[in-house]
Design a protein around this ligand. Structure first.
Ligand SMILES: O=C(O)c1cc(=O)[nH]c(=O)n1[C@@H]1O[C@H](COP(=O)(O)O)[C@@H](O)[C@H]1O
Length: 224
């Protein structure tokens, strides 16, 4: 069975990214390349990482007016990512445009409330209510706009899955039982996220910062 674990490769260095991916490739189901990697290495970097032979999740969290996001996604189409992120807060028209222009093989998923935010952070940006309420609201919007799924924390994935049984749920901010939270505020264990309905789990530092990344990936895999 394909592993639900996607490794977040957050480095600007292509050679370090390749070395890490080669170490863990038998124990993860895909590679997530984010802004740090893409800003430094662009299309070339993504092509190089695709040679590892795992699905590529391109996490660029696009958020702009509908026309700009649509043009950006058109420019990314040759990369044929398996998964691509946009921000749900970009609104209905932006989400619809994003899905309309993405390649058929690309799941477009909407980031709802970043896992680094909690209720006081939402107050700061003028969003009333809890992260849970906001995730449920944005998940409904993403579904109505025709997206494939959402990104949310393990705290909300159970409710989100219940409301959208066929959705694709990406859960980052997962930590092994005694793992360091770092800047993540809404964390759960990988096993909890999966049993609550996650489709894939995004794990970065617990694997990439380990002295033995392959062992760290295998240890997480063993808990699932
Ligand atoms: O879209 C994401 O992947 C994402 C959304 C979110 O709400 N929180 C979040 O942490 N992420 C990403 O998931 C990864 C988490 O990394 P670690 O905290 O090192 O496991 C990072 O690459 C983040 O960019």
């Amino acid at each position: 069975m394909t592993s639900p674990l996607y490794l977040a490769i957050d480095t600007p260095h292509l050679d370090a990214a390749q070395t890490l991916a080669q170490k863990v490739r038998h124990h993860v189901g895909g590679l997530k390349l984010g802004l740090e990697f893409f800003c430094a290495n662009g299309h070339h970097g993504v092509h190089e990482m695709a040679k590892v032979g795992l699905p590529i999740f391109l996490d660029l969290k696009l958020h702009d007016i509908p026309n700009t996001v649509a043009k950006a996604i058109q420019a990314l189409r040759p990369l044929e990512p398996a998964v691509l992120t946009v921000h749900a807060a970009g609104g209905r028209a932006m989400l619809e445009e994003a899905k309309a222009v993405a390649g058929v093989g690309t799941k477009v998923v909407a980031v709802t409330v970043l896992t680094s935010l909690d209720s006081p952070d939402l107050d700061d940006i003028g969003v009333g209510g809890t992260p849970h309420d906001q995730v449920v609201r944005l998940a409904a919007l993403a579904r109505e706009a025709g997206l494939d799924g959402i990104v949310c924390s393990g705290h909300e994935v159970r409710s989100a899955r219940k409301a959208w049984p066929g959705g694709f749920f990406v859960v980052p901010g997962v930590r092994p039982a005694n793992g360091k939270a770092g800047d993540q505020k809404r964390i759960v264990t990988p096993a909890q996220a999966l049993s609550d309905g996650a489709s894939i789990l995004v794990v970065g530092r617990p694997i990439s910062q380990s002295s033995d990344p392959d062992l760290a990936a295998r240890e997480i895999e063993a808990t699932l």
